[in-house]
Design a protein around this ligand. Structure first.
Ligand SMILES: [Cu+2]
Length: 145
């Protein structure tokens, strides 16, 4: 069987599976709403999403997780949250990935979302550009095969 035929049959099966339940029961607006809401939020293909949180443990600040890995060419979406308690200027921490020209300042209580395309393979450190003692991590970009 050809790959194209298999693809077509798979698509037809998917359509049939989708159509059967709705055809076999009387759909009401009340029925439809929960199933629509239950559908998971899916990123567009090729997008990798991560939440990075800055925390303080025993007087040491960390960006966690300390390793994130993607594949070269992925669109990367990072949600940055600063959960370190503080007031005034001390309620801000930096997040930078110099190799990707990213440098943000994240205020406690105000998450930031950034996106970029991981076009360069390698291991790239991320850290807080405001405080040398603030421990960062590594972005691993696996080369595309
Ligand atoms: Cu910091």
């Amino acid at each position: 069987m050809s790959k194209a035929m298999l693809k077509t049959m798979t698509a037809m099966a998917a359509v049939a599976a989708f159509m059967l339940p709705s055809a076999s029961r009387i759909a009401t607006a009340a029925d439809a709403a929960p199933s629509a809401a239950a559908a998971p939020a899916v990123d567009e293909p090729g997008t990798r999403s991560f939440t990075l949180v800055s925390v303080e443990v025993d007087d040491t600040k960390f960006w966690l997780p300390s390793v994130i890995a993607v594949e070269q060419g992925d669109k990367v979406k990072l949600t940055l949250k600063n959960q370190v308690p503080g007031a005034g200027a001390s309620n801000q921490h930096g997040f930078t990935i110099p190799a990707y020209h990213i440098a943000e300042v994240v205020t406690h209580g105000t998450p930031k979302t950034i996106t970029f395309v991981a076009d360069k393979p390698g291991v790239f450190p991320y850290f807080c550009q405001l405080h040398a003692a603030h421990i960062g991590g590594s972005l691993i970009v696996e080369p595309r095969k």
